[in-house]
Design a protein around this ligand. Structure first.
Ligand code: ZN
Length: 68
């Protein structure tokens, strides 16, 4: 399975970041992804229905959280 290009269902832009829930043990390992807006931090409140993706353009959030 290859990487498919994600687009925001709300505004159609492709600047999409994966939401990282909880606090990473090693911030340095994700620093580059954070700078490239490939990852955003979702915070420490984790529920069963957290979205997976956030649009960098309109901040729309969607999708289901996956274990990773
Ligand atoms: Zn959007």
């Amino acid at each position: 399975m290859g990487e498919k290009e994600l687009k925001c269902p709300q505004c159609g832009k492709s600047g999409i970041a994966r939401i990282l829930w909880g606090y990473p043990a090693d911030m340095q390992s994700i620093e580059e992804e954070l700078e490239r807006k490939e990852i955003v931090l979702g915070g420490c409140l984790v529920t069963d229905h957290d979205p997976t993706w956030e649009c960098n353009e309109c901040n729309h959030r969607w999708g289901e959280r996956e274990e990773w």
